[in-house]
Design a protein around this ligand. Structure first.
Ligand code: MRU
Length: 363
């Protein structure tokens, strides 16, 4: 996407495969800082501490992490141990394991002398593929927005949770791709942006990128969605996902489930933008089987922002000694999902459709 007139992606290889550049998303929306990542260990920290985040971008970052690993040591032991450490950087988004497994399948059969070049080529291909996949998701999701626009006057009112925008991918985003495509088509839109406590990816990232793209939007507290839906202020919910089971259970940022319940109660369509790299056909029951990341309690007890003097700062919200729990994701059961918008079209969240999709993607 363009930021202040300049094209920008979230990740790219630089210096002929010596390093990778990423946006340090912890600093947005206050500062746009590009950081250089020069080793697999640095990439693990960037993923774990959420300099990069969002399932597809975690996948691309992991692929580049393996390429960085090959710069240092392309032997069998380094490959296996390093991939194990990259895979463990965060537990929920399946794109991480998906990318590491793709890299391993490509690199294992090669002699060590050929691994470095092959690793950078495949990491670049995974990043480029992500852009194409998201653009296709945009085209299929656009049809949903167009159908609503055709039936009513005024802006199509979309609600989204967390950040499944271009910052969460290499480019375009998943949930935002249909929004950006609709904007290109001149369809009038308005996006409700959930703030997405505790890390506020909606407030910090989605509001930032929609603002840069000129998409009309309004930030709302996480608790406002049900009220807006009751008032007829939401035509469509569209969110991203971190892992989807073969039965169509959707794991996404904490709070997604409550939005899906409110949407169901109010007859609002609830769509999930899903690149097939986020489908985990090995799992069936999302609530029982998907590992949910538990993050630091400090993300709940404290909040970060900018002081009047323009300094980044953190304030404490709670009485001292308060304990807090911080599950980072939840699972929306398939029955609450109107459809999955993939690069291959819109699919129902059911086992027959998703088994066929998984087989198609494995070919
Ligand atoms: O903890 P995060 O910021 O990595 O969580 C991001 C989300 O939950 C996104 O909605 C999801 O990864 C889809 S991104 C296209």
């Amino acid at each position: 996407m363009k930021v202040d007139g300049k094209p920008l992606r979230t990740i790219r290889a630089v210096a002929g495969g010596e390093a990778v550049e990423i946006i340090d998303q912890r600093l947005l929306p206050h500062r746009l800082v590009i950081e250089r990542v020069a080793s697999a260990d640095e990439m693990i920290v960037a993923i774990r501490d959420m300099w990069v985040r969002g399932a597809p971008l975690i996948g691309a970052s992991a692929a580049y992490g393996v390429a960085l690993l090959m710069n240092a040591d392309a032997g069998d032991a380094a490959l296996e141990a390093g991939c194990g450490r990259i895979r463990a950087a965060r537990p929920t988004a399946v794109n991480l394991a998906w990318a590491v497994d793709r890299m391993l399948s490509r690199l294992r059969p090669l002699p060590a002398s050929e691994r470095r070049a092959a690793a950078w080529a495949l990491a670049d291909a995974i990043a480029e593929e992500d852009v194409a996949v998201n653009r296709a998701i945009g085209d299929h999701g656009l049809a949903l927005i167009e159908a609503i626009a055709a039936k009513r006057s005024g802006p199509v009112k979309v609600l989204t949770h967390c950040n499944a925008g271009w910052l969460a991918t290499v480019d375009w985003g998943t949930a935002t791709a249909p929004i950006y495509r609709a904007q290109e088509r001149g369809i009038e839109l308005h996006v409700w942006v959930d703030e997405t406590r505790p890390r506020n990816q909606g407030a910090s990232l989605t509001a930032w990128e929609l603002g840069k793209a000129g998409v009309p939007h309004t930030l709302v507290a996480d608790n406002a969605g049900g009220h807006l839906m009751q008032r007829g202020e939401v035509d469509l919910c569209i969110v991203g996902c971190d892992r989807v089971t073969v039965r169509g259970d959707v794991c996404n940022k904490i709070g997604t489930y409550l939005k899906a319940l409110a949407a169901h109660d109010n007859g609002v369509p609830f769509y999930v933008a899903m690149p097939t790299s986020t489908l985990d056909p090995r799992l069936a029951d999302g609530v029982r089987e998907i590992p949910i990341e538990e993050r630091s309690a400090r993300e709940v007890t404290h909040i970060a922002g900018l002081t009047a003097a323009g300094e980044l700062a953190e304030v404490c919200l709670v009485p001292s000694g308060t304990t807090a729990a911080n599950p980072a994701f939840d699972v929306t059961p398939a029955r609450l999902v109107s459809g999955l918008v993939t690069e291959h079209g819109v699919f129902p969240a059911d086992e027959t459709a998703l088994r066929a999709l998984a087989q198609r993607s494995a070919r």
